[in-house]
Design a protein around this ligand. Sequence first.
Ligand code: ADP
Ligand code: MG
Length: 364
Amino acid sequence: MNNKKMFEQIKTIKKSNPDNLMARYFSEEYFLSLDENKQERFIKIINSGIENPDSQMGAYAMAANDYADFAEFFDLLIRNYHQIPNEKKIEQSHDWEFSNSVCNLSEIDERLIDVSMRVRVARNIKDFPLPGAMNKQQRLDFEKLVIKAFVKLAEHAGFDGQYLSISPNSPFEISAKEFQRRVNSHQMFKDMSNDAYLNSAGISNDWSYGRGMYINKAEDFIVWVGEEDHLRIMCMKKGGNLNEIFEKLYVAVELLEEYLPKFATLPKYGNLASCPSNIGASMRASLHMKLPNLTKNGTDLSLIKSKAKELGLAVRGVLGEHSDADASGTVDISPSARLGVSEKQIMENLYEGAKALWLLEKTQ
Ligand code: ADP
Ligand code: MG
């Protein structure tokens, strides 16, 4: 595609899909100010948003240094998504000290005692390209590297478990049926080869080489390997005590940091990730909440989405991003901002958001 055609296409998307942040903030002058090599890199970054006009972000980083090299562009999308006003500096500070903030959902209502809670962080290794630009060999090498770290992690109490690979011919390979069972139980990520957004970004290339998951015996701790980021490290269980899963996640992240090569980070952007929505604390903390009144028994998410947005929360369906609610009206709610907020603030934002939505649900 020549530049002129691309400019026209983005202009059209800007009109038809004003929420596509790539199209909203794309500037011809900026693009033309880049040298040829950078223009080529930039086109790869924005390709998904061009091929999928209904994208929310519309841009994926292909390498950790893309964030620094194209900061002028990324900052516009980042400020919008993470709700950081222009007068405020973009910066990330971390706070994993949760003990002085009790977030137990049963204090909101005893009925919230066994909500499904999940908290995950994204991590990427500095010395590998991000998943959109990895070749098959790099995906396989990366998987080998993490398997070694999992062997060490398994020696720690609470983290003993097994690695399940979907990489063809891996010694840890699981059957297609077992893969599907793990997807249905929300433990494993979906088949990415059908995801148009990830396909356009190259993130699902070489499917399913180098992909898999680690899971502990208690099945409350999981690491995804080779999804949208190199690693998605998560704790997930039914209960009401958010502190418990956040604290466990911290232990695991510290251990993996010790056992793996350096993670990609920048003081300004915190942890780097493929999607600018996932940088910073890189943390998405979610609850599967049953909200039949706010969702018209799962048939209409427009009301809950607008209420949640006012509270800084995003709503997803029960099968994750781009899925629908189920007939019980269960939805996935999570704080949208992951940059400029600490891990502890995210836990508190989820707790306060859940409290506010629950009140609305009861009075609806
Ligand atoms: P992310 O991008 O944060 O990894 P996705 O929206 O892609 O999350 O969802 C990944 C999987 O995690 C899906 O199967 C989804 O249903 C599941 N999931 C997300 N939050 C929860 C939760 N609180 N409880 C149970 N499963 C969850
Ligand atoms: Mg996802």
